[in-house]
Design a protein around this ligand. Structure first.
Ligand code: GDP
Length: 309
């Protein structure tokens, strides 16, 4: 994860070691290196600009500290600013005061939503919750059965329409169409209320690219179930495209937090470092593999330490 960014940044900061005092020129040279490292990592340009301006200002104005030499002081500043662009404090899931808490997942097809639903279910169960997964991705062939498989692996119940039948079985007790993801979402939340599941995770359809139908459908589900959290699922490997995708989802559906997926395959880190600043919404979780346990709460401070080695 983030190997190349990490190498470049630690390289840039290493050059400062052994210097008794840092001149303005030293700081400028280091900032140039950091800037290149961030641009190479595909961090969004406005984010890079603000970041470098802050580092420069703070490094030049840094107090002479008895405890830290100048190089350590710059490392400390870079660390603090990295934590800042990653979101500062760890942001926890906001659970509803009156259950069920509704968590809706949105994102492009292939971003890892269905896999995430299983991971979240396991994580929620480990925290003592009883989640219900609701299959509203009725677009992608196999998405419903994939959710049923991850649900089973996580030991969580799945609410899904059967192909060609109504939601809830052949009798159609709810009188709704299995083909309508908005109705399925609504029925799923009702099911959770009736059967006392305290968290509902709604998996939604994604397309390969942004499109108006996808946004309208996701917005319809949002309006129907009024989620406590809408999580935008972002494949970290898409690099610069992350910014435009995130902005499109923010405008079309809106979200309260981000889940970064496929961090295990992301050597550069651009999406991770840009998404918080660009959207203003925090990163809540990180996925680092295909298995259910390759998943954790996102901690900006730990991530920064990892990047700086
Ligand atoms: P969806 O279309 O958004 O529901 O995406 P899926 O959950 O089907 O995931 C698409 C592919 O990405 C699958 O092959 C998953 O196994 C894989 N995947 C999901 N999350 C991760 C992750 O964190 N790391 C890796 N390496 N693969 C992942």
């Amino acid at each position: 994860m983030f190997e190349s960014l990490s190498d470049r940044l630690t390289g840039a900061l290493k050059d400062l070691r052994g210097k008794g005092r840092l001149s303005g020129a030293d700081i400028d040279a280091t900032c140039r290196e950091i800037r290149l490292a961030l641009l190479e990592a595909d961090v969004a340009l406005p984010v890079v600009r603000t970041f470098i301006a802050k580092i420069k200002e703070r490094a030049k104005g840094a107090e002479v500290s008895a405890a830290l030499n100048p190089a350590q002081q710059v490392v400390k500043i870079v660390n603090e600013e990295l934590i800042g662009i990653l979101g500062g404090e760890t942001r926890r899931v906001q659970f509803a005061k009156t259950p069920p808490t509704v968590i809706m997942l949105a994102g492009l097809q292939g971003s890892g939503k269905t896999t995430l639903a299983g991971k979240l279910a396991k994580w929620l169960k480990d925290q003592g919750h009883t989640p219900l997964l609701v299959a509203c991705d009725l677009q992608r062939p196999g998405a419903v059965s994939q959710l049923q498989i991850v649900g089973e692996r996580a030991g969580a119940a799945v609410f899904a329409p059967h192909p060609g039948t109504s939601v809830g079985g052949g009798e159609n007790p709810l009188g709704i169409s299995a083909a309508d993801p908005i109705e399925v979402a609504r029925a799923g939340v009702e099911e959770a209320r009736a059967k006392q599941y305290d968290v509902v995770v709604v998996d939604t359809a994604g397309r390969l690219g942004i499109d108006a139908d996808l946004m309208a459908q996701a917005a319809g589900i949002r309006d129907a179930v009024q989620p406590d959290e809408t999580l935008f699922v972002l494949d970290a490997m898409i690099g610069q495209d992350a910014v435009s995708t995130a902005e499109a989802f923010r405008a079309g559906v809106g979200f309260t937090g981000v889940v970064l997926t496929k961090l295990d395959g992301d050597a550069r880190g651009g999406a991770a470092l840009s998404v918080r600043e660009v959207t203003g919404e925090p990163i809540l979780f990180a996925s680092t593999g295909e298995k259910l346990e390759d998943f954790d709460v996102f901690h900006p401070d730990r991530m920064s330490s990892r990047i700086l080695g």
